[in-house]
Design a protein around this ligand. Structure first.
Ligand code: MG
Ligand code: MG
Length: 280
């Protein structure tokens, strides 16, 4: 991924613009989730998102992505990754089946500012093993978000994500090749935000930093492979995977989860973390 080398710190006004983009992302993801059920194709879900982007006056962050650096341009506005697909699944004529574990990754820019978020859910009758994997991934994302504070380090987040997954008794895998990232005037910026690491290491978390935190967790081995379409990343052992992501900002007041409808207030307060909205 092309990354800027320096970290773009945002003003309060810029963070408010990113919140607007984040809310568009949150609401469209929710719409896609509500439309997903057995018998629906992944390209139909992408079409719903595409219509909603236009209605919101936003621009897809994903459509055409990658064409500038050696990958085929990404052909859709969502990444939809089913069961053993981890990330970057291309929507198509795949029909969702009862019990499928579906990850939808979605990003837009609004007035030049990006939001990026991913959710994982079951369609039809949930498989309890897959549901537990998704819930552990969601918890790991929130553990990482809760570890972010001004004056801290990227490694604090990475360590918190890793420790949260390792605390589960199932022996889940943590995908290391793909990371979270800075975000702002581009979807992918410095710094990388790994899902494994040591506290106190890595870049400083300064006021106005905006990052996407996105653990990818597997039921079996975390070894990955990429399909012939050059995008879809799968588990090599065929085990299911889950992916959760939010875009957050660090403000003087605390953490603001820009792609959560409530700004992250409920999850942050439950963890004793300062909730830091601006102007809300
Ligand atoms: Mg994403
Ligand atoms: Mg991302």
């Amino acid at each position: 991924m092309a990354r800027r080398s320096s970290i773009e710190l945002k003003s309060a006004e810029q963070i408010l613009r990113m919140r607007s983009a984040g809310l568009v992302v949150a609401r469209i993801l929710q719409t896609v989730r509500e439309a997903a059920r057995p018998g629906v194709t992944t390209i139909e879900l992408d079409g719903i998102a595409r219509e909603r982007i236009a209605a919101a006056g936003a621009v897809s962050s994903f459509l055409g992505y990658g064409g500038g650096f050696g990958l085929p341009p990404f052909p859709a506005v969502t990444c939809i990754s089913v069961n053993s697909e981890i990330v970057h699944g291309i929507p198509g004529d795949r029909v969702l089946a009862d019990g499928d574990l579906v990850s939808v990754d979605f990003g837009v820019s609004l007035n030049g500012w990006h939001g990026d978020s991913a959710i994982t859910f079951s369609v039809g009758t949930p498989d309890p093993v897959a549901e537990a994997l998704s819930e552990a991934t969601r918890q790991a994302m929130w553990a990482g978000i809760a570890a972010a504070r001004i004056g801290g380090r990227i490694g604090d987040i990475a360590h918190a994500v890793e420790a949260s997954v390792r605390a589960q008794p199932q022996g889940y895998g943590i995908v290391a090749e793909y990371t979270g990232h800075g975000i702002g005037t581009a979807m992918h910026q410095a710094p990388d935000v790994p899902n494994l690491g040591r506290p106190g290491r890595g870049e400083l978390l300064a006021k106005g930093i905006c990052i996407a935190i996105e653990p990818m967790v597997t039921l079996g081995s975390a070894t990955t492979a990429t399909l012939d379409d050059e995008w879809t990343v799968v588990t090599r052992d065929g085990s299911p995977a889950a992916h959760w992501e939010h875009t957050i900002a660090l403000t003087p007041a605390g953490v603001w989860v820009l792609t959560a409808e409530d700004g992250g207030e409920a999850e942050l307060r439950a963890r004793g973390v300062r909730f830091g909205p601006l102007g809300e």
